[in-house]
Design a protein around this ligand. Structure first.
Ligand code: IMP
Length: 424
């Protein structure tokens, strides 16, 4: 197996969890490089459903090593809760779970700050997952964040907490004294994880480089989607990390030359949670059908996802930025009942035709999508495992996608279980 990256090519929730789980079978190590507990990766194994937020999905395979890189922001309470839940289900992590000492912590005050800031934004709120991601990355960039390694120096850790709380005093003034004291106590209490964390700390970049040179195979597990990237997404309606390919190198400390293949996970239609532009969004009937059939509710927040058609303007852009070499197309079966399927090929804005992505929010929010219409197959593709057994019109849909994106499809997912998959 090549050293592969799995990235989402839309606004997240493309079904990366299942694809990563599938490809983990062929890898030795699974490394997560960005995001935090805002992610929600769902995997179904033998009718058992697992939703992982921080721990790499590879943990579900008992012989694989899982790595969390410096590019991830870690909520320790959440991480150890997740690991405990896994242990309850007989999934052990001892000896096969590593964390970069440089990863930053999501502190309890980050969650409080995010809540206050989102409230203050009113209509312009981002619609974040409420996991403190934005404030944690902000502190990292402002060089006032607290890293995992800082747990090993309790004096320094406490000083940093004190200093940061003072720094945010103005923002936190809306909280009562009791609430502020509780926040401080909760933050200081994170030191209790010191002993649990210490044995997990590893120079992740060094470890991955060594392992790859010895012939081990690594799967780089992306979180969120390219259109949520802090630099290339629909800013400011995006997350606060580099979800795109560059995040692999900066989020793990490895050379780009160690990457052989970039799998772009693309859902057969489009969804988005949270606010922000979505040109091919459908409001009523089509949206509801997609949501119902595709169980389109956030894995982290349970919020109903906004749903619409595939958008080639967005996809050509995210494929270019990431250099996608193969497509993993997910949730094909969700489209089974439609008699007509639309795909967005451009936008009209102020009389002008737009065929390339624009970062201008106003255009993205007010443009009119231009569609091509394809015939639906109106037959079940659920659980199909052989391309030959797909209805002709479904084959045509896949062919159309591959042609438009000038990229071959290597995986088609026809259901949420491991074996409901076509490998090409
Ligand atoms: P944050 O990452 O919690 O700050 O949220 C910022 C935006 O990214 C919001 O619109 C979220 O709904 C969205 N978002 C963050 N993580 C995910 C994800 O894993 N899937 C889908 N959307 C996400």
């Amino acid at each position: 197996m090549p050293n592969r990256v799995v990235v989402g090519t839309q606004w997240g929730d493309e079904g990366k969890g299942k694809i990563v789980d599938l490809l983990t079978g062929e890898a030795d190590i699974v490394a997560r490089y960005s995001g935090g507990a805002n992610a929600g990766h769902t995997v179904v194994i033998d009718d058992q459903k697992f939703v992982l937020h921080l721990v790499p999905t590879g943990i579900l395979h008992k012989d694989k090593i899982c790595v969390i890189g410096n590019g991830v922001v870690i909520d320790l309470e959440h991480l150890f809760f997740e690991l405990k839940q896994l242990e309850k289900r007989k999934i052990k992590f001892e000896g096969r779970f590593l964390i970069s000492p440089n990863a930053h912590l999501v502190m309890p005050y980050h969650l409080a700050i995010e809540k206050l800031e989102e409230e203050a934004r009113g209509k312009g709120r981002i619609g974040s997952t409420g996991r403190g991601i934005g404030p944690a990355y902000r502190d990292k960039i402002a060089r006032q964040g607290i890293r995992v390694i800082d747990l090993l120096d309790p004096q320094l850790f406490k000083q940093r907490v004190e200093w940061n709380l003072k720094n945010y005093d103005n923002l936190l003034r809306r909280l009562s004294r009791t609430e502020k004291n509780a926040l401080k106590k909760k933050s200081m209490d994170l030191l209790k994880f010191r002993r649990k964390v210490e044995p997990l700390l590893t120079d992740v970049g060094f470890y991955l480089d060594r392992s790859i040179r010895k012939g081990k195979k690594v799967l780089f597990e992306g979180a969120q989607g390219a259109l949520l990237d802090i630099d290339f997404g629909t800013y400011p309606y995006c997350t606060s990390s580099n979800t795109t390919i560059g995040g692999v190198c900066t989020g793990l400390g490895i050379s780009p030359f160690l990457i052989d293949e970039i799998i772009g996970v693309t859902k057969a239609y489009t969804t988005r949670v949270g606010n922000g532009p979505f040109p091919t969004e459908e409001k009523a009937g089509v949206c509801e059908t997609l949501r119902e059939r595709g169980c389109e509710f956030g894995a982290t927040t349970g919020r109903p996802r906004r749903c619409g058609w595939l958008d080639f303007v967005m996809l050509r852009y995210t494929f270019r930025i990431n250099g996608i070499s193969k497509i993993a197309l997910t949730k094909l079966d969700v489209l089974d009942d439609f008699d007509k399927i639309r795909v967005g090929v451009g936008y009209k804005y102020k009389g002008k035709l737009i065929t390339e992505f624009t970062p201008d929010l106003h255009t993205l929010e007010n443009c009119i999508p231009i569609y091509e219409e394809l015939s639906g197959w109106q037959k079940s593709t659920k659980g199909v495992t052989d391309f030959k057994h797909l209805p002709d019109k479904a084959k045509r849909y896949l062919d159309h996608i591959a042609k438009k994106l000038k990229t071959p499809i290597s995986i088609v997912s026809t259901g949420n279980k491991r074996d409901q998959t076509i490998r090409l």
